[in-house]
Design a protein around this ligand. Structure first.
Ligand SMILES: *Cc1c(COP(=O)(O)O)cnc(C)c1O
Length: 372
């Protein structure tokens, strides 16, 4: 047992700016569909250099609206990565479409464009690449397949493509960000969709708000919608966070560099890939792959007993019971994903993490791996 303070797995970066902006909304009495919504959308869009942004109640809600907007419906297939958070596959099910998985690249851990190409059928309605752990997926290669694309950028705020555009900043395809408290920027719960297309922006704004048209009264609705609105309280929090985004991203990058140096001494441990070819990661989590032969679940337990929280991250989606039972998925279908998933754990990671905490995580992990 350690007498030191426990290290959290993740921790949002919050302070007076956030408190003041949220209080201002509370005092105004205008809690939803107020002035902070458009202000947050505008500020987020200009930060990324994209024309439009539509704020929604979660990253998942954003992915759902984006898939609908590119034409995914009953019986369609959506090609996506099995190495992701389960929401990126679930959203296809919301539209009674089928998620079709394609194996990942062993270095970037993003969907392999060749595997995606091999998965295309006449029913493929869209490709949903995930910029996993904030590392940009190879969008140009996927664009060559000529299908609609929805980018899951929920982990990729701050990431930059090889050509210098921000991930989610190009606007050619809807890109979706998530603002859960462990993400680079948080609104408590929330998400946003970016696009260059004003027609899509209008559709997102309508469908998040019960299908209401901007010039229509509350009670006439010409299309199906949802309640996927983001409150003004959340938008105010997002504005405060946005004003400090550079500091928060720099904090994560500093901790990542510190981990990279510190963890280099653990033999056989695989670290997140380094930036290559001009692409830049927007740091979200620090996920390592344990040396082969080391028991992943046992390691998570041993770390936890010694005050270092961690979690298996990600488990392969196709091997989750919902997906096994519904689609008959089995081990062996996506060998790269399965190998990586079986060895991956997320370590404590947040902007204010200290060198001392990084050193402690390293020392404990080193010891646990040696004993394994
Ligand atoms: C966080 C996340 C989402 C969306 O999360 P919400 O909790 O719905 O905001 C979607 N995909 C990935 C890959 C994520 O990490």
């Amino acid at each position: 047992m350690s007498a030191e303070e426990p290290i959290p797995l993740a921790r949002p970066f919050l302070g007076e700016v956030e408190e003041e902006r949220v209080l201002e909304v509370l005092r105004s009495g205008h809690l939803s569909l107020g002035p902070r919504l458009a202000e947050f959308e505008g500020a987020f869009a200009s930060r990324l250099g994209v024309r439009h942004a539509s704020a929604v109640s979660s990253g998942t809600a954003g992915l759902h609206l984006a898939l609908r907007a590119v034409g995914v419906s009953d019986g369609a297939e959506v090609i996506t990565s099995p190495f992701s958070f389960v929401a990126s596959a679930n959203v296809a099910l919301y539209e009674r479409a089928r998620p079709v998985f394609a194996d990942i690249d062993p270095v970037t851990l993003n969907i392999s464009p060749d595997a995606a190409a091999a998965a295309v059928t006449e029913r493929t309605a869209a490709i949903l690449p995930v910029h996993v752990f904030g590392y940009p997926a190879d969008i140009p290669a996927l664009e060559r397949l000529g299908l609609p694309i929805v980018e899951d950028a929920c982990e990729a705020l701050g990431a930059v493509h090889a050509d210098g555009t921000a991930v989610g900043g190009g606007g050619a395809h809807p890109a979706v960000f998530g603002f859960y408290p462990n993400k680079q920027l948080t609104t408590g719960e929330g998400g946003i969709i970016t696009t260059a297309d004003p027609t899509l922006k209008e559709r997102f704004d309508s469908e998040r708000n019960q299908g209401r048209a901007p010039d229509m009264g509350w009670l006439d609705h010409d299309r199906l919608g949802f309640n996927y609105r983001l409150s003004d309280i959340a938008c105010a929090l997002g504005l405060a966070q946005l004003s400090r985004l550079d500091v928060m991203l720099a904090g994560r990058a500093r901790v990542a560099a510190s981990y990279r140096e510190s963890l280099a001494r653990i033999e056989g441990l695989e670290l997140p890939c380094v930036d290559a070819g001009g692409a830049r990661r927007g740091w979200f989590v620090f996920v390592v792959q344990l040396p082969r032969g080391v028991d992943r679940d046992g390691t998570v337990r041993a770390l936890n007993e010694r005050g270092v929280p961690s979690k298996p991250y990600f488990p392969a989606i196709h091997l989750m019971s919902l997906y096994r039972e519904r689609f008959g998925h089995r081990e062996g279908e996506f060998p790269v994903c399965e190998d990586v998933a079986a060895r991956s754990i997320a370590l404590p990671f947040f902007p204010e993490m200290t060198e001392g905490q990084v050193a402690r995580v390293t020392a404990v992990l080193d010891d646990v791996v040696r004993r394994a």
